[in-house]
Unconditional design. Structure first.
Lengths: 453, 343
């Protein structure tokens, strides 16, 4: 019945409705400047691809916006100083999501906070060339801010044989609790549209399509107003459903095109840009501002003052949690949203990176006991990628990796729908991740003797 | 403040997702229990209080057996018992028994359902057959006399009350009415029942199967709660309807050719809403479930028409339970984007 009423809204098949109460905590919290941290830890690997090489030494003084990590290779993105101060050390530091260590430039702040030479200058972009746009995006170290952190200039370098006809902009923000994109769209709508146009210009694409979830109707009206004279940029409301903002579901909803889980949107003539990315593209091109800060939603029942903070990259999350008045009995800290975010074991090392959209603090966390699968089939109905999570979880648990491979385990996007919905509370994603890691390991082992020949 | 948290290192580093739906196995099972209550109450009205003893005895022995076997298997007794699945099995088994059945039948049946059908295969989720149905089939084979001769007249004071209200008893005699096993009985001369009677349930039959209205009430609740899929009972019942229409008439008993009669009399409604919808023993995907429902419908009518049994719900469901792994194999979900739509 509900689906009938909502059938006007664009959407995809499968997915879940995790409820919107979490978003209410911070929906009306305008971006607040978090007090500057005393120390920042700038990871040289905040993106997908090769880590940067630090180009400063211990003892150097750096100013805000100065390049400190130079990108290595094509798939990589520059890292800039997010505060002005003295480089106190360069040490390996764990990535808050992957746990992999990469060198980190540690900067201790001085009172100075002005931009370094050559950055933060307004430029005229009316006649800018597409190469210049891409060059500015690249030097500003822009990556996808939706969480994937793929270097944007690489994304905009299209293979010749794959024409793109539509840039899809993701304004879904389907992860519960997070409102950083919502706030950005509300407060910086014009800049975001400018950024989108720059991206379209950069790749020579005439059409764009913006998808907004139906719980953000105010944004929809706002965008519609701004774009009233631009028939080539469409805006559509989509059903409130997770994972509406994932590439496959977004493109299905807006363009009605399907592609396999392991394929890229390029396959169907589209690229997907997050609204946050569009905003930093605008900043980078118009003002030559490197990516050194972003909005982070700090929320959950473990903080008394949930906020959308404008945060300098490399800020220790402890600093942010204190600002949001964290309570003493928290038992879970999550990097990212509640569906795909990573629980942190060590608060001391966790720092914000380019892909950090949310930090959730919870108290009284419920733990679930898992039961044997009761074959209810809900996980199958909810999997947006047409997998059978029930059988995958059973086969992964039994370490029958070959059978799991036959059932397309590698196509799982780890979106978490199956696990959310499972009444037997089976840790399906966890088991699938385990199987994928084991399969990758076995593959690597098999490959090695062959290479030696 | 935070250092304190750190020192005690109490941060839970569990895997994503970090939020879960509120539905759980206990919630589903207890909802099923609740949905079966109206049919139980109706049975007491029709057959008398002895039914309640049978139902309770069946539940208690199911719980007791479950506790025993959990102890033997060294599984947490209390938390598993709380999931309500033993209670569901107990009730369903009782509902398939004659109203006047001897006390040891539900006890043995529950024991068989829990020990042999459920736990010997690994417990809830791993069983191949619906425990209540398999136990019922076992009892039919092992204790035919007890099951076939115990349709005796009961202390059905309130049952008569019902009759007075509805005033649709063709014979005007409830005592005669409850002596036969099912309104589907094939003996020549067997009497048809009025549809109003079949809806209310004031007809002979097993304890929980006679009152269509009470069963539909429970079924509607489960569909509303999304604990069962509407299309399983819908396809099952529709298939029975069509099969009765298209098969050559069974002329011995004229009413036996009426498809509505086949739906309302006997165990079809109970089976369609509460047994065919058993998640554990039916296929996983929607297309699989539809095949399952249609197959059960076909088999039910074939058994009713062409076998010695008047009733076909139990055996057809057990057969389709057996076929479920096979159906699952042929109805795998389709990988997203496998058929690429070109732009
Ligand atoms: S986590 Fe994997 S299996 Fe589960 S719903 Fe998402 S894609 Fe499907
Ligand atoms: S949701 Fe859970 S219980 Fe239901 S089929 Fe999937 S794994 Fe099994």
């Amino acid at each position: 019945m509900i689906t009938l009423v909502k059938s006007k809204l664009k959407t995809f098949i499968g997915g879940i409705h995790p409820g919107e109460d979490g978003k209410l905590l911070t929906k009306d919290r305008k971006e607040a400047l978090a007090p500057l941290p005393k120390i920042v830890y700038l990871l040289m690997s905040q993106h997908i691809g090769a880590p940067c090489k630090p180009i400063v030494k211990k003892g150097d003084y750096v100013t805000k916006g100065q390049l400190v990590g130079e990108s290595q290779g094509f798939i990589s993105a520059n890292v800039h100083a997010s505060i002005s101060g003295k480089v106190t050390d360069i040490v390996p530091w764990p990535h808050p999501v992957t746990g992999v260590k990469s060198p980190s430039v540690i900067i201790e702040r001085t009172d100075e906070d002005s931009w370094t030479e050559g950055t933060n200058v307004e430029t005229d972009i009316d006649l800018i060339s597409s190469d210049e746009i891409k060059q500015r995006i690249q030097s500003a170290g822009v990556v996808g801010l939706g969480g994937a952190t793929f270097p944007t200039h690489v994304k905009l370098t299209l293979p010749k044989d794959r024409p793109i006809d539509t840039v899809v902009m993701n304004g879904a923000e389907c992860e519960p609790y997070l409102t950083c994109d919502y706030r950005l769209m509300l407060d910086r709508s014009r800049e975001i549209i400018q950024g989108l146009k720059l991206i379209m210009k950069c790749i020579g694409c005439k059409k764009a399509h913006i998808g907004i979830e139906a719980n953000k109707e105010d944004i929809y009206t706002l965008f519609k107003d701004i774009l009233s004279n631009e028939p080539d940029i469409k805006v559509d409301l989509m059903e409130v459903k997770y994972p509406q903002g994932a590439e496959h579901q977004l493109i299905k909803a807006l363009l009605n095109r399907e592609f396999k889980p392991t394929q890229l949107p390029l396959e169907v003539g589209a690229i997907v840009i997050n609204v946050g990315t569009a905003f930093v593209v605008y900043e980078a091109v118009k003002f030559k501002r490197p990516l050194i800060q972003r909005i982070v939603t700090v929320t959950g029942n473990g903080v008394e003052n949930p906020q959308n903070f404008l945060v300098r990259l490399g800020t220790p999350i402890k600093h942010l949690l204190e600002e949001a008045r964290v309570v003493s009995n928290i038992d879970k800290i999550i990097f990212g949203g509640p569906m795909m975010g990573i629980a942190q074991g060590n608060l001391d090392t966790a720092v914000t990176i380019k892909g950090t959209g949310g930090i959730l603090a919870f108290k009284g966390t419920q733990q679930w006991n898992s039961h044997a699968c009761i074959r209810c089939g809900r996980c199958i109905d909810s999997c947006p990628y047409g997998l059978n999570p029930s059988i995958l979880s059973i086969q992964s648990e039994a370490k029958e990796f070959n059978l799991a491979l036959e059932n397309n385990v590698m196509e799982c996007k780890e979106c978490g729908c199956c696990t959310y919905i499972c009444p037997a509370k089976r840790p399906i994603v966890h088991l699938i991740k385990f199987a994928k890691a084991e399969i990758a390991k076995q593959k690597a082992q098999k490959a090695t003797p062959a290479e030696r020949k | 403040m935070l250092n304190q948290v750190q020192d005690k290192s109490i941060l839970i580093a569990s895997a994503s997702p970090h939020i879960r739906d509120t539905d759980s196995i206990p919630r589903i099972m207890w909802a099923v229990v609740l949905s079966l209550v109206p049919a139980g109450i109706a049975s007491i009205f029709t057959f008398g209080y002895y039914c309640l003893y049978v139902i309770l005895l069946s539940i208690v022995s199911a719980i007791f057996t479950e506790a025993l076997i959990l102890g033997v298997r060294k599984i947490s007794v209390i938390s598993t018992l709380k999931d309500g699945s033993a209670v569901v099995t107990g009730i369903l088994l009782a509902y398939t028994l004659p109203p006047g059945v001897s006390w040891y039948i539900p006890v043995i049946g529950s024991f068989f359902a829990i020990v042999i059908v459920k736990h010997a295969f690994g417990g809830l989720g791993n069983n191949i057959w619906n425990p209540a149905l398999a136990a019922r089939a076992f009892l039919q084979t092992a204790y035919p006399a007890a099951l076939n001769s115990d349709w005796r007249v009961l202390q059905h004071g309130i049952g008569n009350l019902f009759h007075n209200i509805t005033e649709i008893d063709p014979e005007g005699n409830m005592v005669d009415a409850v002596t036969r096993a099912t309104p589907l009985a094939k003996e020549a001369g067997a009497e048809a029942y009025h549809f109003t009677q079949l809806l209310i349930g004031s007809v002979p039959g097993c304890i929980g199967e006679t009152s269509t209205i009470a069963l539909l009430l429970g079924g509607a609740y489960l569909i509303y709660k999304r604990y069962i899929n509407w299309y399983v009972p819908a396809y099952y019942i529709a298939t029975v309807f069509i099969m009765v229409l298209i098969l050559p008439p069974q002329t011995k008993t004229p009413w036996a050719n009426n498809p509505f009669y086949h739906i309302l009399a006997g165990g079809l409604i109970l089976g369609a809403f509460f047994m065919a919808t058993d998640m554990v023993t039916s296929p996983l995907t929607k297309s699989g479930l539809i095949i399952f429902a249609v197959g059960t419908g076909v088999l039910t009518v074939l058994i009713r028409f062409y076998s010695g049994y008047p009733e076909g719900v139990c055996y057809s469901l057990l057969l389709m339970n057996t076929a479920t792994p096979l159906i699952d194999r042929f109805t795998k979900p389709r990988l997203y984007g496998a058929r690429i739509k070109k732009a």
